[in-house]
Ligand binder design. Structure first.
Ligand code: CA
Length: 231
């Protein structure tokens, strides 16, 4: 089945490059230039993935994502010109699935789309937030209070431990390398090293064990990284 990708980008040359790359790889690519047009399309039609520019002429890509998340869990890849780490963290918290800073290679972007679709093989439209946060899941994120619960117990996490665990929860089952974790979960990855990741994983595990003895949802994949065990 052909996968449908919505491209929201106001810069014609960038949009063209992305559409060309997607169509070459046999995706059904649809393009909109503004956030409002994109939101309208997203309520009318179903898509497998959204590539969303942050800087749009009407409303920001973050606003689009936030409104979209009220009714859909379709995967979102942000395109950002500002490689600011604050943007990245903000993007994660409002429900983005991945980031590609500009300038980017269209081939890499398409690879990211493929990777995301592999993680969400079922129709994303039907995958609701409740399936991810089912009460039977050992981990639960209270978005409003910015607290993660483990088997119903609130975890007392530092900011980095919190974003680290949240990053795992957004990618259950996926092996994340130390580099990816630094990139996704740290506001300033340049200032820290791989050892920082290991140290935070260790403290995170300890805090989870404190809350729920003998429970270790984080798997170490030697030479590859870490993964959150799927519930
Ligand atoms: Ca733009």
């Amino acid at each position: 089945m052909q996968r449908r990708v919505l491209v929201v980008e106001d810069e014609p040359s960038i949009a063209e490059t992305i559409l060309y790359a997607l169509r070459t790889e046999l995706f059904d690519a649809v393009h909109h230039e503004t956030g409002n047009d994109a939101l309208a399309a997203l309520t009318m039609e179903s898509f497998d993935c959204v590539i969303l520019d942050v800087g749009l002429p009407d409303i920001s890509g973050f606003d689009v994502c936030q409104r979209l998340r009220q009714h859909s869990q379709v995967p979102v890849i942000f395109l950002t010109a500002r490689d600011g780490e604050i943007d990245r963290v903000l993007g994660l918290e409002i429900g983005g699935d991945d980031y590609v800073p500009k300038p980017f290679s269209p081939r890499e972007l398409v690879a990211r789309v493929r990777a995301i679709l592999r993680r969400a093989p079922a129709s994303p439209k039907t995958e609701t937030l409740t399936t991810k946060l089912a009460p039977s899941d050992p981990l639960h994120h209270d978005e409003r209070r910015k607290v993660i619960h483990c088997h119903g117990k609130a975890l007392d996490l530092s900011r980095n431990e919190y974003t680290l665990l949240l990053t795992f929860m957004k990618h259950p089952g996926r092996v994340l390398s130390r580099e990816e974790l630094l990139d996704l979960a740290w506001p300033d990855p340049g200032s820290v090293t791989d050892r920082t990741v290991d140290a935070h994983i260790k403290s995170l595990r300890a805090k989870i064990r404190d809350a729920v003895p003998d429970f270790d949802p984080i798997e170490t994949r030697r030479g590859l990284g870490y993964a959150l065990k799927e519930a």
